[in-house]
Design a protein around this ligand. Sequence first.
Ligand code: ZN
Ligand code: MN
Length: 151
Amino acid sequence: MEQTISFCKNTLKKHGFRITPQRITIFCCLVNSEDHPSAEMVYHQVKREFPNISFDTVNRTLHCLTEKGLIKMVESGPGPRRFDAHLKKHYHFRCCNCKKIVDFDCKEYDNIKIPDDIVKKFKVFRQDIVLEGLCSDCISKIKAKNVFRAE
Ligand code: ZN
Ligand code: MN
């Protein structure tokens, strides 16, 4: 935890952010999180430490962090935007039912080439691959429900 805090502090400093305890906590919250929280989710967590913080402050901070490239917005489909502080190349599986977003790695996806005609016409900054479907928890829940119905 100490390590995360000093990492967050240094990264914020390096990117020209004024260091405030609130900012450090917001950034730490994302760095520690595996579940790609929305602004709302970050707000609820940060509020435990700073009961007076407003949703707007949290939301604005998240957008500033995104702008400076410290975190990323995740392709989250309909619904609130979700954020990710893990910048190493990886991909996402999104559950359409419970909205969980799970990280995965895939060597084959790393090697997908951008089509030549796109490269000629545009400048590509980002290439994402998102898989959508049902997570294993949701599949089990649906199966359990169907068994119940059949009785
Ligand atoms: Zn699910
Ligand atoms: Mn991720």
